[in-house]
Ligand binder design. Structure first.
Ligand SMILES: Cc1cc2nc3c(=O)[nH]c(=O)nc-3n(C[C@H](O)[C@H](O)[C@H](O)COP(=O)(O)OP(=O)(O)OC[C@H]3O[C@@H](n4cnc5c(N)ncnc54)[C@H](O)[C@@H]3O)c2cc1C
Length: 387
């Protein structure tokens, strides 16, 4: 089957990309290939569901620019398509004086990134927003909110099909080759010959890029992020989103409390090397270099994973009324985090090229928030390959 564009991966990014291309080129033939029996089964359907406002990211980075734009556009998209979302607001709480320097740096970044409505609060100010939270100071971001990203992805899929695109489920791309002036994608449901392909394959991004002839650096190292759920009768302890001050050297935001769009409150996620593809992760020198550098953090995460008590105690650091018995196990998601050969966790979004193809090599949080402008950036780079 010959088409203009193939998108590999039916998560929020692949679907946003297919949708963007069809909006620019009505009548183009576009096919999305997804290995699972349904869309959004991986990161898109198993995350914190937070529409980030753009506070954390280094000014000038893709994350900073696309997150601020993405949040604004995503709220508009949800309003237009009747997808429930809520600007519930977020507090980043400094538990003691030792965290004030890092809180100050977050405030500086947030202002440089032009995050709307960002405010610094003192101990009593933060209790007005979250009466059960305790800390010496906080940043309040009223524009941070919640949504079900899987619902957004399904809506993008409907847009793709309404514009004439096709979505093929149970179609795992296994081989990538060249044939005349096209790519040849052999998948579990047959073969596709696109003029150009965009790979948005999350945890499998590196494997597919390698098969297409890309540099093996960086590799995806999957991190499992498990969540606990606050029992319904205790859920009034959290109004919106309460986050700790994160370690600025890591791209993870720390264990946070989030009231989801369905009203449930989660605590999480943890961050442990995922057992899926562990052998693949351990075969990468970057994983060992990363482990040498971060073994202390890894030990804390392991303690969280094996002990609900330790995990809950972390949250009690900023909401003291919380007790381990307040939580029950909930779901888990697997982050597709790129790790460079030198052990560095790749911070920004990363897209690389091979012949007739683009590969999204690193699209961790806040890529779901940023999906609309990120899809525009991908299609800007893909379009010359279609002409
Ligand atoms: C625990 C956790 C919490 C997060 N919290 C947030 C948050 O609050 N806010 C936020 O903005 N972001 C958050 N993120 C990040 C966000 O979920 C991801 O950035 C986003 O979902 C990435 O979308 P994607 O389409 O690239 O990846 P995915 O949703 O992982 O989709 C990739 C798709 O590719 C398919 N695929 C892979 N290989 C093949 C193949 N060979 N052939 C065909 N199909 C293939 C997979 O089946 C999958 O459906 C979080 C992520 C995690 C894991």
């Amino acid at each position: 089957m010959e088409v203009d564009l193939a998108v590999v991966g039916g998560g929020i990014l692949g679907l946003a990309t297919a949708r963007e291309l069809l909006a620019r080129r009505p009548g183009a033939s576009v096919v999305v290939l997804e290995r699972e029996a349904e869309l959004a089964r991986h990161q898109t359907g198993h995350n914190s569901g937070v529409i980030h406002a753009g506070i954390y990211y280094a000014p000038g980075s893709l994350k900073a620019r696309l997150c601020v734009e993405g949040a604004r556009e995503l709220y508009e998209y949800c309003d237009e398509h009747d997808i429930p979302c809520r600007r519930s607001g977020k507090l980043i709480v400094a538990r003691d004086e030792s965290e004030l320097g890092r809180l100050h740096e977050l405030e500086r970044r947030g202002r440089a990134n032009e995050v709307p409505g960002l405010r610094r609060l003192d101990a009593s100010g933060l209790r007005e927003i979250e009466p059960n939270a305790r800390g010496v100071a906080a940043l309040h971001s009223p524009g941070t909110g919640v949504v079900d990203f899987a619902a957004v992805a399904r809506s993008f899929a409907a847009d793709v099909e309404a514009a004439g695109g096709q979505i093929h489920l149970r179609s795992e791309v296994r081989e990538i080759g060249q044939i005349a002036n096209r790519l040849r994608l052999a998948h579990s449901g047959g073969e596709l010959r696109p003029r150009f392909a965009v790979f948005c394959a999350g945890a499998w991004a590196d494997q597919l890029a390698l098969r297409a002839g890309a540099d093996p650096d960086p590799r995806i190292v999957p991190f499992r992020g498990a969540y606990l759920r606050l029992r319904t009768e205790r859920s009034e302890l959290v109004r919106g989103l309460i986050y700790p001050v994160p370690n600025p050297a890591l791209p993870f935001l720390g264990v946070h409390l989030s009231r989801h769009i369905d009203g449930n409150v989660s605590l999480g996620p943890s961050a442990l090397l995922a057992p899926t593809r562990l052998r693949h992760s351990l075969a990468w020198p970057g994983t060992w270099r990363m482990a040498r550098r971060w073994w202390r953090t890894g030990a804390t995460e392991l303690a969280h994973a094996v002990s609900r008590r330790r995990f809950a105690r972390e949250a009690a650091g900023y909401v003291p009324a919380l007790e381990p018995g307040d939580f029950v196990p909930w779901y888990a998601g697997v982050r597709a985090q790129a790790v460079a050969r030198d052990g560095r966790l790749v911070d920004d979004f990363l897209i690389s090229e091979t012949v007739r193809a683009l590969h999204v090599r690193n699209a961790p949080s806040p890529a779901a928030t940023s999906c609309l402008p990120l899809a525009r950036l991908i299609v800007d780079r893909a379009e010359p390959g279609l002409d």
